[in-house]
Design a protein around this ligand. Sequence first.
Ligand code: ASP
Length: 430
Amino acid sequence: MNLKLHWKIVIGMVAGIMWGILSLISDWPIEFTTFYIEPFGKIFTNLLKMIAVPLVVTSLIVGISNLKDIKRLSRLGSKTILFYTATTLISITIGLLVVNIVQPGKNLPIEIKNELLQNYGEESGKHLEEAKKVQHEGPLKPLVDMFPSNIWSAASDNSKMLQIVFFAVIVGIAMVSIDRVHAKPVTAFFESFNHILLKIVEYIMAYAPYGVFALIGTLVVQMHSVDLLFELGKYALTVLSGLLVMIVIIYPLILNFFANINVFDFFKGINPAQLMAFSTSSSSATLPVTMKNVEKNLKVPEEISSFVLPVGSTINMDGTSLYQAVAAVFIANTFGMDLTLAQQLGILLTALLASVGAAGVPGAGIVMLAVVLEAEGIPPEGIALILAIDRILDMCRTVINVTGDAMVATVLGKPKSNKKLTKKKRAFFN
Ligand code: ASP
């Protein structure tokens, strides 16, 4: 039977959920899953991370060296930042609107609150320590962090993706600036290497259904305090409805207005990346799949996607920032604080910065949430209240993060050129 890959992944996901439920209700020892199933999930995420750095380097170098005019690059850079900032601001605003309407946490029973604070106090302490480290760094630290002092050490750490992007961009620019004859062998090498890496992504994706089975199965088995999850239902539903607004209303609207693509084709094309984001909770690990989907299925030119997507996987997190806004108001509510408009605007700004600072790895959003809370005078220990349900929400917000990156890459790579756009807007895109 020749099933499409995304169906195979869905089957892996469902089988993982069934495995988890079955082992929970049959009281099978958790160790079996952690010793013999979990490693296959880890292998899968490791493989994805393994390919990310070389893929970004080669496709960026190939992409930029194909650019006829280097000025286009700086225009692409400013448009990317503009779209990323705008979508993140829209996303946080939607989060704040939804949370102010639903007001989760206002009536959380005190016993539940204490139970959550007690059960998750230790875990939240660890996140707070990590957040403290971030806070002690000056405001220009993220800027300094973009410039690698050693390219090999940057390339050995996936969290240094912006440094890799910086290096690859410089190499690409230099290649276009020197005599073609001198650049030719290097261009040919990277072009060939790029093809090889894309083939490897295909191999990794063939393993995806099994990897996803292992990841989801382990997650269900390790889920604890299921009854507490229900108490947090209203909060979770608030986050989810905000995320839903982004994916069913905002992104289609933006695509419709700015991109030359049918919205359904867009979602069909990036479906495997979304499934991957959901299963791994990591936009960085999903990056190779996002790049492949956006280039192959949506036909976005490599010189656009190879720049926009890696930058997005590190700095653009619509889902994470929306979740941070909702979580901050939820925690404030449970502590009986009524946030003023100024404080909510403060959340808007700090959540924007925090999502830029958050790495594309599981749980990064909650560490940065502590920074947002502290900045707005909300007790940061409150993150213990939401930890029980954080992993599930992490899976969902990562889907939005990845979709947002792909959406901007599509808008910039396939701009609308019909009469709907005014002359000025057309000029902006070209
Ligand atoms: N897991 C998210 C991502 O990788 C970040 C977060 O919100 O924790 O995009």
